[in-house]
Unconditional design. Structure first.
Length: 396
C-alpha cells in the first residue's frame, strides 16, 4: 500500500512542472511586453546570411520577405551550389529587388560533415557587416523583423539573440501535430529553461550574433562536425560571458512535413541527439510526461476518483499551457481547434523519448554517425580505425 501511494505521489510530479511552466510563461511574456518598444534610432548595418540547399515550399515568398524590410542598411547573402534547384528562384529575387544588396555565393569551398555550417563559415567570411542575422531557408518574416531583433544589441553585453517561431498554415494532420507539439510542449520547456538557467541556446529560425562573438569561439568552422549547430551557436556565445536573448517576437516557418513517418524519423533523430549531448537532462524529462504518469496512476489505483483527478488535472494544465503560450503569448490563431490533438502528441512524444534510449547512432544525409564529445563521428570511419588498431596489436 505504501508503494502504491509512493507511485501516486510520483505520478503528480509532472503537475509541479506544469505549474512552473505556467509561471515561467507568464513571467516571460509580461517582461517581454514591458521591454518591447519600437526601435526607431538603433539601426547598425546588418548582414543577413542564408545557407541554402534544395528547394523549400514557398521559397520565393520566404526570401522576398527579407527584401521587404523596413531597415536602412543591410545586405542579404546566399550560399548555394551552382546546380541547386533554388538558384533560378534566387536569380529572380535579384531581378525583382534591384534596390537590395543581394549576393549569391556558390559553394562553401569546404568539406564538412555539416554542409550547412560549412556554408555559414564562408558566409561569415564574406559578410561586410559585423551584425549577422542567420536564418533557415524556410523562414518568413514581417517588415519590422530586423528593427526588432537588432534592438537588444544596443547593450554590448548581448552576444546573441533568438526568437520564437510558429508554423504557417498546416495542410495535413502531421503538420498540425508538429504545430501543437511546439506550442504545447517544446516552448513551455524552453521558457522553464529561460526561467531557471537563462538562455544558452539559439534556434535556427533566427540567430542574431556579432562577428566578435563568433570569432570568440573560433568561428563556425569549429562546429562543422557537430549536430544541433544552432544550439551550439548560442551555447558557445554564452560560454564567453555574453548574454543570449530570447525575444518574444514570432517568425513563421513553412510547415513542410508531408508524411507522419518523415516527421517521426526527424523527431527521433533530434531526441537521440539531445540524449547523447545531455544525457541527464534528457533522462530528467521523465518528470514532464503528465499523460503517461496519469495513465500509470489509473492502472495502479483504478477508480473513478483517481481517473478524474489525474486526467482532469492533466487536461486542465495542458490546455492552460497551450493557451498561454500560443494564444496569449504568441498571438497565434487556430490554436483552439488543434487542442484535441494534445493527448495524441503527448503519447507520441513519450514513445519517441523511450525509443531514443535504444539508439546509439543517428543518420545524417545518408551516413550513420556516433556522437563523441558532442561531435559527429562516422560509424564507418570509427569501425575502420578500430580494425586498424586490432591489426597493429595482432602484428605486435
Amino acid at each position: 500500500m505504501k508503494f502504491e501511494y509512493f507511485l501516486l505521489t510520483a505520478a503528480a510530479i509532472p503537475f509541479v512542472y506544469y505549474l512552473l511552466s505556467l509561471y515561467s510563461t507568464l513571467h516571460y511574456f509580461r517582461s517581454g511586453a514591458r521591454q518591447r518598444e519600437a526601435n526607431v534610432d538603433f539601426t547598425p548595418p546588418v548582414s543577413c546570411l542564408k545557407p541554402v540547399k534544395g528547394f523549400d515550399e514557398d521559397a520565393y515568398e520566404n526570401y522576398a520577405s527579407f527584401c521587404r524590410q523596413d531597415y536602412p542598411d543591410y545586405e542579404i547573402l546566399f550560399c548555394v551550389d551552382k546546380g541547386d534547384p533554388t538558384v533560378p528562384i534566387l536569380e529572380r529575387l535579384v531581378r525583382d529587388f534591384p534596390e537590395r544588396r543581394i549576393r549569391l555565393l556558390f559553394g562553401s569551398g569546404r568539406d564538412a560533415v555539416n554542409d550547412k555550417v560549412a556554408r555559414l563559415t564562408r558566409l561569415v567570411s564574406e559578410a561586410q557587416h559585423d551584425i549577422f542575422v542567420i536564418t533557415d531557408s524556410d523562414v518568413r518574416v514581417q517588415p519590422d523583423y530586423l528593427r526588432t531583433i537588432v534592438a537588444p544589441f544596443r547593450d554590448p553585453k548581448v552576444g546573441a539573440a533568438t526568437c520564437l517561431y510558429a508554423s504557417t498554415e498546416e495542410k495535413n494532420l502531421t503538420q498540425e501535430l508538429q504545430s501543437i507539439g511546439m506550442i504545447s510542449d517544446f516552448f513551455p520547456g524552453v521558457l522553464v529553461a529561460w526561467q531557471l538557467d537563462g538562455v544558452k541556446f539559439t534556434f535556427g529560425q533566427t540567430i542574431v550574433t556579432t562577428r566578435k562573438a563568433v570569432a570568440g569561439y573560433g568561428g563556425y568552422q569549429t562546429i562543422e562536425d557537430r549536430p544541433a549547430d544552432d544550439v551550439w551557436a548560442g551555447r558557445l556565445v554564452a560560454e564567453q560571458g555574453y548574454e543570449v536573448k530570447l525575444l518574444p517576437y514570432v517568425v513563421h516557418s513553412v510547415a513542410d512535413f508531408r508524411s507522419l513517418s518523415e516527421f517521426l524519423y526527424k523527431r527521433l533523430r533530434w531526441m537521440t541527439v539531445m540524449r547523447l549531448m545531455r544525457p541527464w537532462g534528457h533522462l530528467g524529462l521523465i518528470f514532464t510526461w503528465g499523460f503517461a504518469w496519469s495513465l500509470l496512476a489509473i492502472a495502479i489505483h483504478p477508480s473513478a476518483v483517481v481517473a478524474c483527478t489525474f486526467l482532469g488535472t492533466y487536461l486542465a494544465f495542458r490546455i492552460a499551457m497551450t493557451w498561454m503560450v500560443g494564444v496569449w503569448g504568441m498571438k497565434q490563431s487556430g490554436v483552439w481547434k488543434k487542442m484535441p490533438l494534445i493527448p495524441l502528441w503527448d503519447a507520441m512524444a513519450f514513445a519517441i523519448w523511450l525509443a531514443s534510449f535504444a539508439r546509439r547512432t543517428i543518420r545524417w544525409r545518408g551516413v550513420d554517425y556516433h556522437i563523441r564529445e558532442g561531435k559527429l563521428v562516422s560509424v564507418t570511419s570509427n569501425s575502420a580505425r578500430l580494425a586498424n588498431q586490432v591489426k597493429i596489436k595482432t602484428a605486435k
